[in-house]
Design a protein around this ligand. Structure first.
Ligand code: PCA
Length: 325
């Protein structure tokens, strides 16, 4: 008989144990629209690590960044149909389903972090009910820094935006650009550099985060922080996938989600200054918006608000009313 060493037996026992524990661990896939270095993705990676540690590896979430597994417009439905268990997307992209999802992207409604936090507090219960109808549970939501204007020259008035090929990321921004006389096109954040280099677009509104991450200085020269709105990403989980987990694991997810929301808001606030400084260091002109530009843009915002009021759902209007209180 062949001699089998004790260590070989010990080693195979370890392999067996690892295989068994693996077969009990849940493996989830999590598509996110943005790149690895985006602070939202960094925050999500920390959330995933925390869940893994808190559950002793019982739940392992694999993140798929920058539209690699599921494209941004499909992420919500992929979680809904349980093609994946969990995912992140830009919340106001659901405004076509209900205006309640899009209120954070309405120009000049909530323009500071304080406003954004107040808005989220009144928006969250409403969208939680709306998402529940789709078998989805919101876990946490984190804002982008306030949105500013990127152009190839100085923009002193709304008239200077006339005819510009403008990158948009949702319906509200598309509308805002149109009302300013620009020509909007939808482009995902991961496709921004290519859209500029091929001449598909020549201006955009986004945060200093996305400006710095896409190296905006390669294709525009001016950044004007108009701070027009503070839009959010949201992480949602499929209700059945969540329900299939043990009570302990569910608790761990909810705790890590609460931590991620707090941490994400702090990361977002810090981004505004650090990413604006990076753009400046790379030669971008950081321009204080003129009073004329701001009043022109606010006029467009007021018009959009009036349109919103005529078409918004009862629930959406309740959010707006609670926010104004
Ligand atoms: N960055 C994302 C959404 C808002 C932002 O600041 C983007 O530009 O697509």
């Amino acid at each position: 008989m062949k001699y089998i060493s004790r260590s070989a037996i010990a080693a195979s026992a370890l392999v067996l144990a690892a295989t068994m524990s693996q077969s009990f661990a849940a493996e989830w896939n999590m598509p996110v629209p943005y790149s690895d270095k985006t602070f939202h993705t960094v925050n999500i990676a920390a959330f995933v690590e925390e869940v893994k540690a808190a559950t002793d590896g019982d739940l392992n979430i694999t993140i798929h960044t920058a539209n690699s597994l599921i494209k941004h417009p499909e992420i919500k439905n992929a979680v809904r149909s349980q093609q994946v268990q969990i995912g992140e997307f830009f919340l106001s992209r659901l405004s076509n389903e209900d205006a309640a999802f899009g209120i954070d992207s309405q120009p000049f409604v909530a323009t500071s972090y304080e406003d954004a936090a107040k808005l989220w507090a009144v928006q969250k219960p409403v969208i939680t009910l709306l998402l529940a109808k789709q078998n989805l549970i919101p876990l946490f939501s984190v804002p982008w820094p306030p949105q500013g204007l990127y152009t190839k020259g100085e923009i002193k008035t709304v008239a200077d935006l006339s005819g510009l090929k403008f990158r948009a990321y949702n319906a509200a921004l598309e509308n805002f650009a149109k009302l300013a006389g620009a020509a909007p096109t939808q482009v995902e954040a991961s496709d921004i550099p290519q859209a500029f280099s091929t001449g598909q677009v020549e201006a955009m509104i986004t945060s200093p985060s996305t400006g710095a991450n896409t190296k905006a200085w390669d294709f525009v020269s001016h950044y004007t922080p108009i701070n027009a709105w503070v839009p959010k990403n949201i992480v949602v989980v499929n209700k059945d996938a969540f329900g299939a987990l043990s009570a302990t694991t569910q608790k761990a997810i909810l705790a890590a989600a609460a931590t991620a929301e707090t941490r994400g808001w702090e990361m977002s606030k810090a981004e505004t200054a650090t990413k604006t400084a990076i753009m400046k260091d790379n030669g971008m002109n950081i321009v204080t918006p003129s009073a004329e530009l701001l009043s022109g843009l606010k006029k467009i915002g007021a018009q959009m608000q009036a349109d919103w009021n005529t078409s918004a759902s009862v629930e959406a209007k309740e959010i707006a009313a609670a926010f104004k209180k």
